[in-house]
Design a protein around this ligand. Structure first.
Ligand code: HPA
Length: 276
């Protein structure tokens, strides 16, 4: 975390090693890192080797950048992200997204494991993120604004790209993947929420809850990267069922949905230019 924050130096390091310049980046959430293994013709770069890159400590996050081909697209996969609960500052979380921008990434696909707040959801559902609620009081754009990246007060209305969301829904329907749409609420963690907090989030309009994604989405949207988000509903949120929320359940369910998660993301990649 004490490393220098030079986006250009980090991007140059990655550029010099990756064979191709990716236009699509994927950030894989807890338990969803397996998709990186499906990438072909890969160049793998450990986060720790990239100047200025933080190193992820969360379980299920590999901490490796994988550049290569997936579904005939040049992609770069971030296997592991940085969470507020790990102690990272917003600038650590924003940094990799800005490195992606410098590399020429135009589309960022964010994925996560999330608790189901909407009681009609069930563990194993996938959810296309249509909007978010930031419950943390944190914002990655706090501090001096770099006008070359984006405006001081960026609009967040169109953050989750409607065209990409439409493709995700179409792919899910065609491939009979259980897929919902909804609002993701960002909590800091690392404690799971209380049942009262989940009731509050439901009243506020949240469908799913998690500890990531929102700061990366805000950072990307600010600097002009198109964003799509997919949550894997890995458990019902606190108080929905008469059982505790556990990390084990989160991992078990993410492993179970691997196949449909991969099919949904591959389907999106296949048709990513549709309707442009
Ligand atoms: N709450 C917060 N984050 C999560 C959950 C949850 O229930 N499940 C997976 N990530």
């Amino acid at each position: 975390m004490e490393k220098t924050r030079n986006v250009k130096a980090a991007a140059d390091y990655v550029r010099a090693r990756a064979k191709r310049v990716p236009s699509i980046a994927l950030m894989l959430g807890s338990g969803l890192g397996g998709l990186a293994k499906e990438v072909q013709d890969t160049v793998c770069i450990p986060y720790g080797d990239i100047p200025g890159f933080p190193v992820s400590t969360a379980p299920g996050h590999a901490g490796v950048l994988t550049a290569g081909r997936l579904q005939d697209r040049d992609v770069i996969v971030m296997g592991g992200r940085f969470h507020h609960y790990e102690g990272y500052g917003m600038e650590d979380i924003a940094f990799p997204v800005r490195v992606m921008r410098d590399l020429g990434v135009e589309t960022l696909i964010l994925t996560n494991a999330a608790g189901g707040v909407n009681t009609s959801f069930k563990p194993g559902d996938l959810m296309v993120i249509t909007d978010h609620i930031n419950m943390t009081g944190q914002n990655p754009l706090r501090g001096a604004n770099d006008e070359s990246l984006g405006p001081r007060f960026p609009d967040m209305g169109g953050l989750y790209d409607k065209r990409l969301n439409g493709i995700l829904r179409k792919v899910a329907e065609e491939r009979s993947i259980d897929c919902r749409s909804g609002v993701y609420a960002w909590m800091t963690g690392p404690s799971f929420e209380t049942p009262a907090e989940i009731r509050m989030l439901r009243v506020l309009g949240a469908d799913a809850v998690g500890m990531s994604t929102v700061p990366e989405a805000i950072t990307a949207h600010h600097c002009g990267i198109r964003v799509a988000g997919v949550s894997c509903i890995s458990n019902m949120a606190a108080g929905v069922l008469d059982q505790p929320v556990t990390e084990e359940e989160v991992f078990e369910i993410t492993q179970r949905v691997k196949g449909s998660f991969s099919a949904l993301i591959r389907g999106l990649l296949e048709r990513i230019d549709e309707g442009r």
